[in-house]
Ligand binder design. Structure first.
Ligand code: SF4
Length: 336
């Protein structure tokens, strides 16, 4: 019944149309730590620029990272590039071989091996954990997502339809993503409702049980300085990759302006900390006569102006590309 439900209800995703090993590999790399709706435009563009392993393998790292710009976690782009080179030279044939590839852990290896080769390995992500925790209505309290995956893996492996491993894994993940959701699951239309212990015992909202972890809050102030249609950016080392971001508004920098207006505010959560990012713009009279060079020396050392028409070619961090786009779209900025 799960497979039949999936065949009738699966979302129409580009990597499911005329599926191939290459599409599976690219989509699994992109979907690591990134939501489907964010991945969609990147995947479509990627396929036009790098349509197969051969083209991707022969591209430069810079070109690959540039196309990844905005998706975050840039090590994935480099690992995907290296993986494509391995696939071209010496194609892997199994889950175990995939585990030796850069950036491929047990989850991604299981997804690729089962979907591309129908190898009978269960895929366990957060969606599958949630479905299984509810189906079994287990009272275990998990200290982390990793601990929950360790608990769920033997259950998932036992339930796996070994004749249809790939589609079964996809169906389980899809069920967790669109029906058995964290809040307000659609139990009424669930294909496995009759098997679900939590549904029978009215404990759906309580599963899975996680230990609450400490949560921290931090506010980061940023500077928006647009002059002569150029935007001031600051380099930031994220992982081992240098990306550009809106400059942080330290106390020392703040003192350079007599009047700052808040123009944008956004929240983002990284592990156990929620950051409130607030972007300020100096009043136009504050920096009217200052040269670009003024903002490229202490306390702005490292900062550089980039023409806004060329930002698409700058390696911006994902959230900053989005925020800059939103600020420019809103149009409530002025030039200094
Ligand atoms: S019946 Fe509800 S809780 Fe149980 S698996 Fe289906 S959607 Fe999830």
């Amino acid at each position: 019944m799960l497979l039949q439900w999936f065949r009738q209800n699966a979302r129409d995703l580009p990597w499911r149309r005329e599926p191939s090993l290459y599409k599976t590999v690219v989509s699994e790399f992109m979907l690591q730590q990134t939501q489907v709706k964010t991945v969609l435009p990147y995947f479509e563009r990627w396929m036009t620029i790098f349509p197969n392993f051969e083209v991707l393998a022969s591209a430069s790292v810079e070109a690959v990272v540039r196309q990844w710009s905005g998706l975050g976690y840039y090590a994935r782009a480099r690992h995907l590039h290296q993986t494509a080179q391995h696939f071209v030279q010496n194609p892997p044939r199994s889950y175990r071989e995939l585990l030796h590839y850069p950036g491929i852990g047990s989850y991604t290896a299981a997804a690729i091996a089962s979907i591309a080769w129908n190898e009978p390995i269960a895929v366990v992500d957060g969606n599958v954990v949630r479905v299984l925790a509810r189906v079994f209505n287990d009272s275990e309290i998990f200290t982390s997502k990793a601990a929950a995956i360790v608990w769920a893996t033997p259950h998932a492996q036992r339930l796996l339809d070994k004749e249809h491993s790939g589609i079964f894994n996809e169906a389980m993940m899809e069920l967790g993503a669109v029906v058995c959701t964290p809040t307000a699951p659609d139990c009424k239309h669930c294909p496995i409702q009759t098997l679900c212990k939590a549904f029978r015992e009215h404990t759906v909202e309580l599963c899975p049980h996680f230990h609450s972890t400490p949560h921290f809050k931090k506010t980061v102030d940023r500077l928006w300085l647009l002059t002569n249609k150029k935007l001031l950016l600051e380099p930031s080392l994220i992982g081992n990759k240098q990306l550009w971001e809106l400059p942080e508004l330290t106390e020392e920098r703040r003192e350079r302006f007599s009047n700052l207006n808040e123009i944008f505010r956004a929240k983002r959560t990284v592990t156990n900390t929620t950051y409130t990012e607030v972007v300020y713009q100096p009043h136009s009279s504050t920096n009217g006569n200052r040269s670009e060079a003024f903002f490229e020396q202490s306390p702005f050392e490292g900062c550089r102006f980039f023409p806004i028409t060329e930002l698409h070619a700058v390696a911006l961090s994902g959230p900053h590309r989005r925020w800059i786009g939103e600020i420019l779209k809103d149009g409530n900025t002025d030039e200094g």
